[in-house]
Design a protein. Structure first.
Length: 267
């Protein structure tokens, strides 16, 4: 029953939850503004209600949904109704309650060592204690969520770019094509630039262009290679292989992955 309700991303599912569990919805605003933000929050509340011991990831989701709902209903509260002032007042009330609930959950999870919650407090409040928890979990190999792995890879770009590169390349092999974030390729291009590996900067940049369909200046791309068109043709083939393997979910173990992973650190 729970999976059926969660999998249906429309107003009817959240309406059904509210009908059967009014306590999950009574503090929220009543009109149709912020429909999707409210629906996500309701569905996650329903999950938490039916979970004896919520995971850190579930609480992290609740924090995010409360944030997005609060921001949306705050904006909606700024829309004044001349005839229906009760709607404006209802949104203001909902915003106040949601903000209070968010602050209480933030305080409740403040010193939690779960990786998702540690990431939340580090990313939102620059909490160094939370960052320590996150790095400890990383060293123990406890972080499985690709999104958290990507955030850690970004963290290491400035302090250990080669380790960041390894992390991003491994990420490309962990996810299927549907869940690959093309920005990971841009991060790899940035790292390659930092390390003076212009050929690889070209490959990652071109692969990102192929995956996103964005337009790019051929002149600017060639400038990375000093205008060497023959080299560009060779690297274009690598970029196409990279884009193909990543989009198909076959990057792990592919020839292009071995080629990219085989880069020797500079002494």
């Amino acid at each position: 029953m729970i999976l059926t309700l969660i999998g249906c991303d429309n107003g009817r599912s959240s309406e059904k939850i509210c009908k059967n569990n009014p306590e999950l919805c009574e503090d929220l605003h009543k009109d149709s503004w912020c429909r999707y933000e409210k629906g996500d929050l309701i569905r996650n509340r329903f999950i938490l209600k039916n979970t004896a011991t919520p995971s850190g990831e579930q609480l992290y989701d609740q924090l995010k949904y409360l944030e997005t709902y609060s921001k949306c209903v705050e904006l909606a509260a700024g829309v004044q109704h001349i005839k229906h002032t009760d709607r404006t007042n209802d949104r203001l009330r909902a915003f106040g309650v949601a903000t209070q609930n968010l602050q209480e959950l933030q305080e409740h999870t403040k010193h939690n060592k779960d990786p998702h919650l540690a990431y939340y407090h580090w990313s939102r409040f620059n909490d160094t204690e939370a960052l320590g928890y996150l790095l400890d979990a990383d060293r123990r190999g406890e972080i499985k969520d690709p999104k958290l792995k990507a955030q850690l890879a970004l963290y290491f770009i400035d302090t250990d770019p080669r380790d960041a590169r390894r992390r991003f390349i491994e990420l490309l092999g962990l996810e299927d094509g549907e869940h690959i974030d093309p920005d990971w390729l841009l991060a790899l291009a940035r790292i390659s630039h930092m390390l003076g590996e212009l050929n690889n900067e070209y490959i990652y940049s071109r692969a990102n262009i192929l995956l996103t369909g964005q337009k790019a200046s051929d002149e600017q791309m060639l400038a990375l290679l000093g205008g060497n068109k023959s080299l560009a043709k060779e690297l274009d083939r690598d970029a196409e292989s990279l884009a193909d393997e990543v989009s198909s979910g076959d990057f792990a173990g592919s020839e292009i992955s071995k080629k990219l992973m085989a880069i020797e650190p500079k002494k």
